[in-house]
Design a binder for this molecule. Structure first.
Ligand code: SF4
Length: 236
């Protein structure tokens, strides 16, 4: 597996915000979002990448971070790593595993048991063609129905993102899907030079105005905690 960095942190996003976690960042991504906050992971400098077998990576985590109960695999896009399935299968009985993914690559059945799939569909503000960032919502909803292990996390970077996301969920296609009580997290992007307070307020007002739309969704607004604490500082 091509790994860019491994370090301990407090989970900064989603339902597990604040939980001490070992972050494993894989190298490379199948997308290239304009506002990506880890651009160095998309096409990383080979000098920064370490190759591990799944067993070596698990041994490294065991040795360095044995006190941690939570591991998050993020990227880049972890699902493009060819050994990702072996890695997950070997580690899942030892710790709580979160996989952060853009949701464009459907996992094979055997790894659907990870503790939490944190799926972050990309919207138009990424500047990625629709076909390339397409997410099979039906698959992720089906997985959630069976295993309750999916959170859908929308990063709202552009002013139009809120309405686009609302359309995904409540429009002609989304409203026919059974979202049930799947956690849906709206997360204004903490972008450099923009006031996150203003962005949070904007989304909050939109959500309250749209109360009727959200009645049947388990939706919530959350902040990117690590961005507030560390801004754009790279931790390792
Ligand atoms: S999918 Fe994520 S890691 Fe990949 S380019 Fe977009 S924001 Fe960056």
């Amino acid at each position: 597996m091509k790994i860019l960095e491994i370090y301990p942190c407090l989970q900064g996003e989603g339902l597990l915000t604040g939980v001490p976690t070992v972050l494993v960042r894989t190298a490379g991504c199948n997308l290239d979002c304009v506002w990506c906050d880890t651009r160095y992971s998309i096409k990383p400098d080979p000098k920064e990448v370490t190759t591990y077998s799944p067993e070596e990576l698990i041994n490294h985590i065991d040795q360095e971070y044995s006190e941690f109960r939570y591991v998050m695999i993020t990227g880049g896009e972890p699902m493009i790593q060819k050994d990702i399935y072996d890695f997950i299968s070997l580690i899942e009985s030892k710790v709580h595993v979160t996989v952060e993914t853009n949701g464009t690559i459907i996992p094979i059945e055997q790894v659907c048991f990870v503790n939490l799939w944190s799926v972050s569909p990309k919207l138009s503000s990424t500047n990625i063609a629709h076909l390339d960032r397409d997410v099979d919502y039906k698959f992720w909803i089906g997985l959630y129905e069976k295993q309750k292990n999916v959170q859908m996390k929308f990063v709202l970077a552009g002013m139009g993102d809120y309405r686009e996301m609302r359309n995904v969920l409540t429009g002609p296609y989304g409203s026919l899907l059974n979202w049930g009580d799947m956690p849906i997290i709206l997360q204004p992007a903490a972008l450099e030079g923009k006031d996150i307070g203003d962005r949070m307020k904007f989304v909050e007002c939109e959500m309250l105005n749209d109360g009727e739309h959200w009645k049947k969704y388990n939706v919530r607004l959350m902040i990117q905690q690590h961005k507030i604490a560390w801004e754009s500082e790279r931790l390792r």
